[in-house]
Design a protein around this ligand. Sequence first.
Ligand code: AMP
Length: 578
Amino acid sequence: MKYSDLVAVYAELEQTTKRLEKTAILASFLKKTQESDLDMVILLLQGKVFPSYDEAKLGVAAKLVIRAISTASGLTPAKLEQDWKKTGDLGLVAERMIHGKVQATLFSQELMVKKVFDNLKKLSSLSGAGTVDQKVKLLSELLTSAKPEEAKFIVRTVLEDLRVGIAEGTLRDSIVWAYLYQGNIEEKNQVENREDYKKVVEAVQEAYNATNDFATVAKAAKKGLPAVQDISISVGSPLQVMLAQKETTIDDAFSRVGRPAALEYKYDGFRMLIHKHEGKYALYTRRLENVTAQFPEVVNFIRDNVNGSNFIIDAEAVGFDAKTNQYLPFQHISQRIRRKYGILELAKKLPVELNVFDVLFLNGKSLIKEPFSKRRDTLAKIVTERPKKIILAHQLITGENKDAQKFFEAAIKAGNEGIMFKALDAPYKPGSRVGHMVKFKSAMETLDLVIVGAEWGEGKRKGWLTSFTLACKDEDEFKEIGKVGTGIKELEEEGLSFNELTETLKPYILSGKGKEVRIKPHVILEIKFEEIQASTSYGSGYALRFPRVLRERTMEKGLKDVSDLDLVKRLYAQQKKV
Ligand code: AMP
C-alpha cells in the first residue's frame, strides 16, 4: 500500500470530530486493505509502530526530528525551532518545509507504508550515543521522499502525537462495519440496540481484550464471526485484566456478586500479570507495560514457588517496610516501576511481596471460563506460599454482613486499602468491569485526573515542573478542572517527587510558552479535594477546592479510566444536598 493512501485517511479523520463519520471512514478503508498490510496499517492508524505492550518504544526526541527535517529541507535547526514554537506542532513545520522544496524533487519515489513502518522500527532498535546520526539519516531519508502531508504524519507518528483521535471503541466499531455487519452505517444509531449487532460488537471487544491486538482481531473478522469468537487468551501475549466495580455499602457489594462470596484484602500495590511461556517469565502492569527487568526478585519468587510448564497469573505486588514488615502505600514503591539502573539495590531498599489472586491459563489451557472458586483452588495447588515473597491473597468466604465488616476492619488495620468482593461462580472477563469483582474502600471520594499542562518552577524548584494543570474526561476530549502542586514532595524518599514527575512528563511535553508547557495527556494522578465548585476559569465548568495529590496512577490506569465530567457533576450535586 502507498503511504499516501493512509495519509489520505488520516487527513479525512482529521476533518471530523464525529465518531460515526470516523467509523465510516475507517470501515471503508479497512475493507479495501489487503490482509498482508493489516498489521502495519492498524498500528499506524493508532499512531504506533509497536503494540502498547511491546518493550520496544519509538523514543525519538523532538531535537532529533528537527535535525532530520533540517537535513531534508536544508533549513537551519534554529529556523525550524522558531516555527515550532509558533505552531506547537513539528508535523506542521515539516509539512511546510517540505512544501517549499517539493517542486525541486517532483520525481522522487512514491513512499510505501512498508518503507515508513520499517524505517520507524529500525529507528527504535538503535540505541546509545553513537546512533543519533544514523537515526537522523533514517528519518531524513523518509522525509526526503515524502510529500508535504506525508511528512506531517511521519513526524507526528515519530513523536507519538498523531492528533487524529481514533478512540479504541471507534476502531472496534469500524472492524465490525468493515467485515461483520452488513447494513447502512448511517443507521448505526438505530441498530445499536439490536441484539444481533450487540452480539457482534461484544465478540470483537472480547477478542480485543484477550489479545490487545486489533490486527489479529481484524484478520479473524475478515474470515467471519466464528473466527472472532474463537480468539482466546494465550500465554505470552498480554491480555487486559478484569476490572472491579465499586460499591459503597456491604449490602450493595453482596448484591452484585451474590452470597456467599469470596472476600479478599485489597492490597495497595499495583497489578501484575505474570506469564510463564516457553521457560521465560514476563511481568506486565495493568496497562500492559513490561516490567520484567525492574522486578528480578519477583521472577525468582515465581520460578521457585509456582508449579506449571506455562501459566498466566493475576496478582498485586505490594511494598512493605523491610524492618517492620508493615505494608506500605503504593507511592513508596512507584519508583521501582520505571527504574532502569541500580535495580538490585532498589529492590533491597523497597521490597515487594507478590499477592496472587487468580490463574487464567495453565499448562496449555485457558481457565477463564471456569468459575472463580475453581480457579482459586487451582492456584492454591500450584503456589507454595512464602511470606514476604509470594502469598495467596488473604481470603474469607462468607455471606454475612458482620463477617464482612470485621474482615474489612482487619484489612484496613493491616495497611490495606479495603476489601474486594468476588463472585464465586463467575468467569474471568479480560478488560471488563462486569461486576464479578467489586471493590469496597473507605469512604473518601477521589478523582483520577490527567495532567495536560504545567509550569517550570523557580528558585529551589528550578528545573522541575510544578503546578500541574489537571483535566477530566468528556467523551473523547479532556477538559481542565484545576491546578495542583500540593502533595508532591521535594525529596524523592518522601514519595512522589517533583523530580520524578518531571522526568515522567518530559517526553510528553508538546509545546512551551514562557514558564508554561502544554502536556500530552498521559500521566494520571489521584486527587483528593475539599469541595467541587462551579467555575468559569476552566473548560470543564468546575474547579477543585484545596486539591491534593494522593498518588500517581499512570501505571494502573489508562486515559479511558480518567474520571469523567459526569462523575464530577454527580459529586457536585451530591455535596449540594448535604
Ligand atoms: P481500583 O484500582 O481502585 O479500580 O481497584 C482495583 C485494583 O485493586 C485492581 O486492579 C488491583 O490492582 C487491586 N487489587 C488489590 N488487591 C486485590 C485483590 N485481592 N483482587 C483483585 N484486585 C486487587
